[in-house]
Design a protein around this ligand. Structure first.
Ligand SMILES: NC(=O)c1ccc[n+]([C@@H]2O[C@H](COP(=O)([O-])OP(=O)(O)OC[C@H]3O[C@@H](n4cnc5c(N)ncnc54)[C@H](OP(=O)(O)O)[C@@H]3O)[C@@H](O)[C@H]2O)c1
Length: 253
């Protein structure tokens, strides 16, 4: 299957490297940002272009959600299969005369961090049943976990991912803001962060909760609020404590 990758961001970078790694290098990587494009093309040993899209069996559109439609209009080949990689966009955001699909890899991708694609769940949706076979075969060559998911399911997968990854990472960023402000090494907290994740393998996260809010420890809650340094940190602290208290409050019959 001849694959062209469109985009030069995080997902384009990792997909290009992963395809080369399984000996199915992309036919081309295509985008407007020549500097980024060149770096990916060199790393994955594939050709690149900023102006001429090669004919391919499959185009994987890896651009920002808001630009998927514009990028999809660059493809005019009615024989092509075209997939975007977004968790929160419907397949119908692709506009063109071709067969449409979605190829959503559930992971947080950053160019600076290497990843093993084999462990990344890939969720597929195809406009036509006949395309599942080829797309599944490509996805299975990349990953050990491949499933179909329509937009209805995919948007909840993405919403869960925002809580499980994006919000958690934001809390790490706020935690580091606090530790940096007191010249505390962030490394102190790594075993704690690792154990928090590890525990979810053995315990439902609801059962694993510790800390002052679940204990309803008013003294500690007031102490923390008094030493927080910014209104944003205080707002976040209060909102999360309210959420914890609500989850563990005994329910009235
Ligand atoms: N990052 C993740 O962890 C992740 C995970 C799963 C799925 N996804 C999905 O994968 C897709 C790509 O995400 P990403 O994180 O790789 O994005 P990204 O790193 O922010 O890169 C965005 C890419 O879109 C291009 N782009 C933006 N506007 C464009 C336009 N008008 N015309 C042409 N190209 C345009 C950018 O090119 P320029 O450099 O020229 O602006 C860049 O190549 C998104 O749909 C996202 O929802 C992301």
């Amino acid at each position: 299957m001849d694959v062209v990758i469109i985009g030069s961001g995080n997902v384009a970078h990792h997909l290009a490297l992963a395809l080369t790694k399984i000996n199915q290098p992309a036919l081309q990587i295509f985008a407007r940002n020549e500097r980024d494009l060149k770096a990916i093309a060199q790393a994955a040993a594939i050709p690149y272009s900023t102006f001429e899209l090669k004919k391919a069996d499959l185009y994987l559109i890896c651009v920002s959600d808001r630009s998927i439609q514009a990028a999809s209009e660059w493809i005019t080949d009615p024989d092509a299969l075209v997939a975007h990689t977004s968790g929160s966009m419907p397949m119908e955001s692709l506009k063109g005369p071709y067969r449409k699909a979605c190829f959503y890899p559930l992971q947080t991708f950053s160019k600076k961090k290497e990843l093993d694609f084999k462990s990344i769940p890939i969720f597929l949706e195809c406009e036509f049943n006949k395309d599942y076979e080829a797309l599944t075969s490509l996805a299975k060559a990349l990953s050990n976990s491949v499933e179909s998911a329509d937009y209805e399911k995919r948007k909840y997968i993405h919403l869960t991912a925002v809580f499980a990854c994006n919000f958690v990472n934001h809390l790490y960023a706020r935690a580091k803001e606090i530790s940096d402000s007191q010249n505390l090494s962030f490394d102190y907290f790594r075993p704690l962060m690792e154990e928090t994740l590890e525990k979810t393998r053995y315990l439902d996260p609801k059962q694993a909760q510790t800390g002052p809010a679940v204990r309803n420890d008013t003294r500690v809650l007031q102490l923390h609020e008094a030493i927080l340094q910014t209104p944003q940190q205080r707002k976040l602290y209060q909102t999360l404590n309210e959420s914890i208290e609500e989850m563990y409050r005994p329910k009235k019959d």
